[in-house]
Design a protein around this ligand. Sequence first.
Ligand code: ZN
Length: 353
Amino acid sequence: MDQDKNKKTSLLTVPEDNCSSKERIDSRNKGEKYPLLSYHELPDYMKDNEYILDYYRANWPIKEAFFSLFRWHNETLNVWTHLLGFLLFVGLTLANLVDVPQMVDFVTMITEQFPSSAESNISKNLSLGPTKLVDLKQESSILTSPEITTTTYWPFYVFLCGSMFCLLSSSICHLFSCHSHRLNIHLLHIDYVGITVMIITSFFPPIYYVFQCTPHLQILYLTGITIMGICTIIALLSPALSAGKYRSLRVLLFVSMGLFGLIPAVHALALNWDDPHRNITLAYESGMALSYLIGTGFYVSRIPERWRPGWFDLAGHSHQIFHVFVVMGALAHYGAAQIFLKYRSTMGCDAIA
Ligand SMILES: [Zn+2]
């Protein structure tokens, strides 16, 4: 019911916004059909960050909004940071689909940069006597032969698809949300769903591969995070939570979903403390967590533009920095996911039972 009311309001306000925008355009610059506007000239629905003072697009037709991809305005870098991130993940997905053995070579090359932990574990296995000889044999094969045994890839691709969906929906949101109030609301919803999907799908590779030999935990954690994600999406899609003033509450929802990851992470760590891959996966996942945390810090605090309003309108404002950290976090998680995948590809449950 509230949504209907909201829709009606949106429908009523769009022509009004278009009209007032046209008047502004005429009075400001007759030569240019769609000039960039300052913050105080914006329709109310676009007033989100008072520290970005200029270079706004407002009520632009879809075609103009699309071609603004190649124009400087205060969303240009917001669009491009996630568009390039999306293209990067498309490339990574294709590389994995086309040439799996090469991917394993790449992972082997990286993991060999951290030989000390693997070697120490192998010597530890040796000292444990014959019961661990199977592990030693498996470890040797990981380090010397990139051949893959059979394991399922779908959790890895679920994560890649979730990341691509998030990055693409974010780019589209930033590019077209200047079109109208109604489209702005829809695109913001898609953007929130994208973030949630990325968080949920990120849990799939680590939980699936780490807990592969304990299916009840695997199902418990994957079901838990999926239910949590669905509840978050339902909450975010409610008209009340879409309002700009609930930005902090939305962030809280995303952060609490991320923090849920600490439970299976600590559990996995406790179960696999002696594993040679511990340090490298921990390094990747800590890198991911740090990237997301720093990025969220910029997003919430609106630093640096709050210190110098107007200085960072085109480049360097908090949202662009947040975007870069999101891509970096996703890449770090990609690195970790490859290790988990490779681990299960070379070591089945029998070996660690
Ligand atoms: Zn964004």
